[in-house]
Design a protein around this ligand. Structure first.
Ligand code: ATP
Ligand code: MG
Length: 185
């Protein structure tokens, strides 16, 4: 089980100075009493690192980047009484945005939007890694973006139930990156 606040705090520590230098406000809005999610700390940290890094890279001075996490309204569905509660995670920026035509390609390896800001560093791998990691968590990444307005990336993670708490996490000495403890028993 991962407390989302952990990787979020660590990401804020990593980027706070960078954000201040660029004149961008970097904040978190984590719901109080957010339940732990089923996931892998180091991998989720990579997701936040990539998405927040991108948000800062593609946002101009005076902008704002927000990391948000909140429980999704439990929607009691009589057809699916055991539906697993989820947490939504969002990374929003007020940056340059992504064209509609480019949006379907940005998760491809080495894809970078042409004709702009190619003074900005990058290989085009970050989002393909993000997509892979979120898929390992049996979920998907989505985005909403408008050129000149900004971008929001979001995904849902399953809340860790009491039963899942007993699933063993890989230890520091034997990190098992393939056999992730993400499968429900
Ligand atoms: P790397 O992550 O390997 O350093 P990168 O940041 O260019 O390089 P990705 O993170 O995969 O690569 O992103 C792919 C492309 O998607 C970026 O080059 C950029 O054109 C676009 N993009 C990603 N995030 C944003 C964002 N928040 N706002 C605007 N464009 C974005
Ligand atoms: Mg990137």
């Amino acid at each position: 089980p991962v407390d989302i606040a952990g990787p979020v705090e660590q990401t804020l520590r990593t980027y706070q100075l960078n954000a201040r230098d660029k004149g961008i406000e970097l904040v978190q809005e984590i719901s109080p009493k957010l339940p732990p999610v089923l996931g892998h700390y180091d991998l989720l940290l990579q997701v936040f690192d990539n998405l927040v890094g991108n948000a800062l890279k593609f946002t101009e001075s005076g902008g704002r980047v927000v990391i948000r996490a909140y429980p999704l309204e439990a929607n009691p569905n009589p057809n699916h009484p055991d539906e697993i509660p989820q947490v939504r995670v969002e990374i929003s920026d007020t940056g340059i945005g992504i064209d509609w035509e480019d949006q379907e390609n940005i998760f491809d390896r080495f894809f970078r939007v042409e004709n702009r800001v190619h003074t900005l560093e990058g290989t085009g791998l970050g989002l393909s890694i993000v997509r892979n990691i979120v898929e390992k968590h049996h979920s998907r990444v989505y985005l909403v973006s408008e050129v000149g307005i900004g971008t929001t990336f979001w995904f849902n993670l399953d809340v860790c139930t009491e039963k899942d708490q007993s699933i063993e996490q890989p230890s520091e000495d034997h990190p098992n990156r393939e056999g992730l403890p993400l499968q429900r028993s």
